[in-house]
Design a protein around this ligand. Structure first.
Ligand code: PLP
Length: 392
């Protein structure tokens, strides 16, 4: 087995260069723990960027994938399939009311891409209202609705007709949504933008505006879905009934998959309006069925509520001049600092805790929902230690 240094050099020699990386080679995971090439153990608060809700090497997912890969891995969408049929049935059963159709794809950006296309088809309009600090992916359509300039500007011209308004501000949304608006797209909790929970009254008002003005309401639950925030979907906290709901990340227990759920206001979608070779393949569908079963039988949304409250209370109890605020919903938690967060994340990794940034100053914690109370307490102690060390 090559050393960590050799593996880092090898990957660095050939990767595209589009990612900044921590110098850690992860080779194994189990539940909420990860191990590096030297055998060092970490508590995982990255959770694959919100992918690993059911934990690494989840036994139900392993069993489902192993059985399915032996049986059938790919089934073109021109045919029917047992796993796909069962997954579509399950997804629409657990979704907010009226989302009774779904388009299956392979990632979050593809789910957003499909939702934007379906919104144009369903309304014959072009304008899209998106929110400042929102993140919806990096393909050209989704990127057009993603806020950060450094992601968008090098690729101009993007899809025209996108207007950005401040998040959580009703008046701006009222001014922006008009008779030309095909859709409003937003996250219930902004993830990449800094872990900013949407206000319930605001989100309901946006939905109402969409209904009144003939626009479709697209909720991007790519990061908030599948128990992360303490409900199966974050929309359910506020009784939202989106017309299109985008899903991905944790949907299939770690296998690549995305979905857009579709409500009646979208209308009929013509044949050949969209498509995907791998979308809805039986392997990902089997993994997704096992993932949802595990979330339900282990009541992971409940765990997210309890452990999220414990994590936030612990982090709020840390006395530090550097912390500006601690916020989140369920086990989606952000600590905004008054300074850049990356040095603290590197120090946390040295203590055996891996976490993410969300913008330059926010530390983001997205642990697998199977994380233990003891590990949550260790995370809090480690954050306190790292911030304290800096003080001294
Ligand atoms: N939407 C949201 C809310 C996300 O957080 C992300 C990724 O972080 C995406 C869309 C894009 O997903 P993917 O990276 O799978 O394309």
């Amino acid at each position: 087995m090559a050393t960590a240094r050799e593996l880092i050099d090898l990957e660095s020699a050939h990767h595209s260069g589009v990612y900044s990386k921590q110098p850690i080679v992860l080779v194994r995971g189990q539940g909420a723990r990860l191990w590096d090439a030297a055998g060092r153990e970490y508590i995982d608060c990255v959770g694959g960027g919100g992918v690993a809700n059911v934990g690494h090497a989840n036994p139900l997912v392993i069993q489902a994938v192993t059985e399915q890969v032996r049986r059938l891995s790919i089934c073109p969408n021109g045919f029917y399939n047992d796993q796909r049929a069962n997954l579509l049935d399950k997804l629409t059963a657990i979704a907010p009311p009226d989302l009774n159709r779904a388009f299956l794809c392979n990632s979050g950006t593809e789910a957003v891409e499909a939702a934007l296309k379906f919104a144009r088809l369903g309304t014959s309009r072009r304008k899209v209202v998106a929110t400042m600090r929102g993140f919806h992916g990096r393909t050209m359509g989704a990127l057009s609705t993603t806020w950060r300039r450094e992601y968008r500007e090098p690729f101009a011209p993007l899809v025209p007709g996108v207007v950005f308004v401040p998040y959580n501000r009703e008046e701006s949304m009222e001014q922006a949504v008009d008779s030309e608006t095909a859709a409003v797209i937003l996250e219930v909790v902004q993830g990449e933008g800094g872990v900013i929970p949407g206000d319930g009254a605001y989100l309901c008002r946006v939905q109402e505006l969409c209904r009144q003005r003939g626009a479709l309401f697209i909720v991007d639950e790519v990061q908030t879905g599948f128990g992360r925030t303490g409900e199966m979907f974050a929309s359910l906290h506020h009784g939202l009934r989106p017309d299109l709901m985008c899903l991905a990340k944790s949907i299939a227990g770690g296998l690549p998959m995305g979905a857009v759920l579709i409500g009646p206001r979208v209308g009929n979608l013509p044949k050949r309006a969209h498509g995907s070779t791998f979308g809805g393949n039986p392997l990902a569908c089997a993994a997704a069925l096992a993932t949802i079963e595990y979330i339900e039988t282990e009541d992971l949304p409940r765990r997210a509520v309890d452990l999220g409250a414990r994590l936030m209370a612990g982090l709020r109890g840390i006395e530090s001049d550097v912390i500006r605020s601690v916020r989140g919903l369920g086990l989606m938690v952000g600590v905004e600092l008054k300074v850049r967060s990356s040095p603290y994340l590197a120090a946390l990794a040295e203590c055996g805790v891996l976490a993410l940034t969300a913008g330059p100053t926010v530390m983001r914690f997205l642990p697998p929902l199977v994380i233990s109370r003891e590990d949550i307490d260790t995370v809090v102690e480690s954050v306190a230690g790292v911030l304290e060390r800096d003080r001294g």
